[in-house]
Design a protein. Structure first.
Length: 166
């Protein structure tokens, strides 16, 4: 009886360990470049995006907007198709200028420091290979007369004043 209980316990523990290893998330194994950027990530990004890049940092519950989960490849501001990683330029612009209507403000960092942060962010992503930017149509030609007409028809001057300074 005691021997069968020991055997059963060993099986349960073995299966539990095997399942735990099978379902555990991938280990963050950053490159030396990403490690160089870690102190910057720790200071500027970790409070919202978390130590594992999953968007569950200590400040995430009180941030304006849900922080992105880099481990799932979630990036809001990019020029690449849905499901592909952003380009380095996409990340550079987001880090430099912040994300509108969120707690992610513009960064005081220089180009070299931003490049170090990009390495950390891409190290979290499941696929660091960026997609190709989507080609956009050329913007319409400027038409000042049409703009004046719309300004008048839509009543923009009511709030913004006749010169648009209000």
């Amino acid at each position: 009886m005691r021997r069968s209980a020991l055997f059963f316990s060993t099986i349960v523990i073995g299966v539990g360990l095997a399942l735990g290893a099978w379902i555990s998330p991938p280990v963050f194994a950053p490159s030396p470049k990403a490690l160089a950027g870690w102190p910057l990530y720790d200071r500027y990004c970790l409070p919202c995006h978390g130590a594992s890049g999953d968007g569950r940092g200590p400040a995430a519950p009180v941030s304006a907007g849900r922080p992105r989960d880099f481990t799932k490849g979630e990036f809001a501001w990019r020029t690449t198709p849905q499901g592909s990683a952003p380009t380095r330029d996409d990340l550079r612009l987001t880090i430099r200028h912040g994300a509108p209507n969120t707690s992610m403000h513009a960064s005081p960092l220089g180009d070299a420091e931003i490049d170090q942060l990009i390495e950390v962010v891409l190290a979290f992503a499941p696929s660091a290979k960026p997609g190709k930017p989507i080609a956009l149509a050329a913007p319409p030609a400027r038409d000042a007369e049409r703009g004046k007409l719309l300004w008048t028809e839509k009543g923009c001057g009511t709030c913004h004043g006749p010169t648009g300074t209000g």
